[in-house]
Design a protein around this ligand. Sequence first.
Ligand code: NDP
Ligand SMILES: CC(C)=CCC[C@@H](C)[C@H]1CC[C@H]2C3=C(CC[C@]12C)[C@@]1(C)CCC(=O)C[C@@H]1CC3
Length: 342
Amino acid sequence: MSKVVLVTGANSGIGLALCERLLSQIPEGLQLCLACRNMQRAQAAHSALLASHPAAQVALLHMDTSSISSIIRAAQEVRLRYDRLDYLFLNAGIMPNPQFDVNAFFKGLFSSSVITMFATGEGILTQKDGVTPDGLQEVFATNLFGHFLLVRELEPLLCQAGQTSQLVWTSSSNAHRSAFSLEDIQHQRGTQPYSSSKYASDLLSLALNTHYNKQGLYSSVICPGFVMTNLTYSILPSFPAFLWTLLMPIFWLIRMFTNTFTLTAYNGAEALLWLFKQKPESLDPYVKYHSLTSGLGTNYTQPHKMDIDLETSESLYEKLLQLESEVRKKLMEEQEEASCRI
Ligand SMILES: NC(=O)C1=CN([C@@H]2O[C@H](COP(=O)(O)OP(=O)(O)OC[C@H]3O[C@@H](n4cnc5c(N)ncnc54)[C@H](OP(=O)(O)O)[C@@H]3O)[C@@H](O)[C@H]2O)C=CC1
Ligand SMILES: CC(C)=CCC[C@@H](C)[C@H]1CC[C@H]2C3=C(CC[C@]12C)[C@@]1(C)CCC(=O)C[C@@H]1CC3
């Protein structure tokens, strides 16, 4: 039976590396669907995948995870195209306008928390968030809420009698409880929307397990480690990509002390691939699966307990359901208004 796999943010970085690795390891019986916001980049990714795997079944889907109407349209299209969905990789993510605190970085270098700093980026990164045309905070909408809505829209495919499906969230070691507040789930008031959105995805994954396991749907989270991708290049904007490459020897050295420096998208996708091969019933909903690379360059996956609890995850879930019904109502009103005008 052919497995249907949908990957958001599949045109670059970790998402694209996952697709490449899946096609290499599972050459037959895979239907890949690349869900991307930029169709030109999606087409380039499609061509690259087909160049190395000419017989592969790879389809493209336009999806902007920050836009409610785009998610609803894309999900409709998925329901028309496929009669099952085995894996949904919720990978698209942004970290807009990152601010790198150089002082905190140098202080951190000579402190006892130097390893934590390199492993999680804690204390050295903030971001300036924006607002989407739907009126949502951009990071929240892109990284979390759009994906939540997607899962809800694809429920009929994901929760079918007699089969299991897996959701896999690309979370981060930068997901900190301290950045998240139930009173401000969109992180309108803080300066760490990225960390907040990733912590929220850890919580949401737990809640989805609570509500959907009985229907055969399982959710897990991974951390790819520190990977050099478009997202990380933007952290030091005045630092062109080739200069990052020049830093590679330093990064390899740091990897001797923290195996979280996976560095390449191929390595970062390790835990995603590992999860693909697991029986979802055997996974621990309180655990984040980390892609790690040893000093000698060996890739492996390691589980780490997350700093999450059931009560907070349930409260977040309730709030997301509430927001979902609000945005759906608003969308209906807008559609009615538009049809009246015609
Ligand atoms: N790199 C790292 O060190 C780490 C990354 N992560 C997470 O890994 C995931 C992948 O990021 P990474 O590969 O590093 O970075 P990339 O920037 O290479 O990939 C991000 C992908 O998400 C897509 N995307 C962004 N916004 C949207 C949107 N609104 N709708 C649809 N797609 C969108 C991008 O599309 P486009 O090309 O159009 O921008 C791109 O394909 C993210 O969730 C990130 O938070 C987690 C921990 C560490
Ligand atoms: C020598 C030198 C210039 C080191 C680079 C320092 C920092 C730019 C990186 C050290 C740890 C990195 C890291 C991330 C971004 C870049 C660093 C802060 C992330 C926050 C990127 C996004 C994530 O989801 C987690 C990463 C953790 C580690």
